[in-house]
Ligand binder design. Structure first.
Ligand code: ADP
Ligand code: GN1
Ligand code: MG
Length: 354
């Protein structure tokens, strides 16, 4: 069946305004298939929801509706979903689809181009966490179990390595060595959450820069998007994942590793924004662990990319055969550089929170 014809048939099942003029691929997400739908009245985002990654779409959409309604009532700009003509939150089928309003006059960055933008992102993700502090987490579905359980991610990595179903282990020997040699550093947050020394909060869990819409004119954050992974977690996940992606001098999939460095000035910019927003709620232990959180999310993401490479690229969308390996390499390089700058990062956090 014609690909676009299939999408046209699907969008007709949603209660949208106007006549559809075009449907085109949009954005750079790794998980859902995102399409921009233009009608003669307005624009929409239509997404094919990734079934492999999110096996419980009912639980997922319930989480998102709960969170977006809560934010909307607080006057915070957020995603607004359009129901199907049958009044469902998403369209069930061979593939599941959902539609939301396109948030106009915004841009997403794939890379930090300006410190100020990254500071604004820090403030927005910090504020986002504050605004969900009163949200009842007990009703949230854990859409991806053990999402940021790094020791468990490491176990999965080791299984993939051992199985080596694609014969790719020979292509990532030094990367594998790095991950294995650091295995005694992976359990600090999972243990802290388990023994209560790190508070459990409602977190976004996927705070990369392209999951935030910035105002096209002012550069200020308008809306936090990609709400699929909102679950109870640690503040360190949200801080760390943003640093992983944004405090790099190159893109996540830069092939020339000589261009990839951890930029401590960018770390500082994000930390200033984030800490200003959470200064009344962050605990001393969380503050102490912010640099470690950046390292942990980076190495965890590196091992996730490498696991997917070993397993034949079934999780993250890839554009070429080595894509996941290239991504894993940038993360490992960044994690190594972060590790050697824990002291300097710690000083920055102390100064900011003093
Ligand atoms: P994925 O889970 O695959 O990352 P996202 O929900 O993050 O999917 O969407 C992918 C991209 O589409 C985003 O990075 C952003 O650029 C764009 N996008 C998503 N929703 C909207 C929206 N409501 N308005 C404008 N742009 C959007
Ligand atoms: C995925 O959905 P997206 O592209 O924003 C992934 C994150 C990774 C990120 C790496 C649900 O994020 O956990 O950190 O890719 N999301 C999921 O770029 O696994
Ligand atoms: Mg995304």
């Amino acid at each position: 069946m014609d690909y676009m014809k299939e999408f046209r048939d699907i969008i007709e099942k949603f209660a949208i305004e106007g006549n559809v003029q075009s449907i085109e691929p949009y954005g750079e997400g790794h998980i859902n298939q995102t399409l921009l739908v233009t009608t003669d009245k307005k624009r929409y985002i239509m997404q094919r929801m990734n079934r492999n990654v999110f096996p419980d779409p009912d639980g997922l959409m319930k989480n998102i509706y709960g969170v977006t309604e809560y934010l909307y009532e607080k006057g915070i700009e957020t995603l607004h979903f359009v129901p199907t003509i049958d009044g469902e939150t998403y369209l069930r089928g061979r593939h599941n689809f959902r539609v939301c309003d396109f948030i106009e006059n915004t841009i997403t960055y794939q890379k930090v181009t300006d410190k100020k933008i990254f500071k604004n992102a820090g403030e927005a993700f910090g504020e986002f966490q504050n605004s969900l502090a009163g949200f009842d987490a007990s009703g949230l579905t854990e859409v991806i179990k053990r999402f940021h359980d790094t020791p468990n991610r490491f176990e999965k990595f080791k299984s993939a390595l051992e199985a080596d179903i694609c014969g790719r282990a020979k292509d990532c020997v030094s990367e594998t060595e790095f991950i294995i040699s650091h295995s005694d550093t992976y359990d600090v947050v999972t243990e802290g959450l388990a023994d209560g020394t790190i508070p459990l909060r409602v977190t976004h869990n996927d705070t990369k820069l392209n999951n935030i819409l910035m105002d096209a004119e002012t550069g200020k954050a308008r809306a936090v998007i990609d709400l699929d992974t909102i679950m109870p977690g640690s503040m360190l996940f949200d801080f760390g994942d943003a640093i992983r992606f944004g405090a790099s001098t190159a893109a996540e999939d830069e092939q020339d590793l000589s261009k990839v460095h951890f930029d401590i000035e960018l770390f500082k910019a994000y930390a200033e924004g984030f800490c200003a927003a959470v200064k009344n709620s962050i605990t001393p232990r969380e503050a102490e662990l912010l640099p470690y959180g950046a390292y942990l999310m980076t190495i965890e993401c590196g091992m996730r990319f490498l696991t997917d490479y070993l397993e034949g690229d079934t999780y993250f969308a890839t554009k070429y055969a080595e894509h996941n390996l290239v991504r894993a390499r940038t993360q490992i390089k960044l994690a190594g550089e972060m590790e050697s700058q824990f002291g300097a990062m710690g000083k920055i956090i102390k100064q900011i929170l003093a």
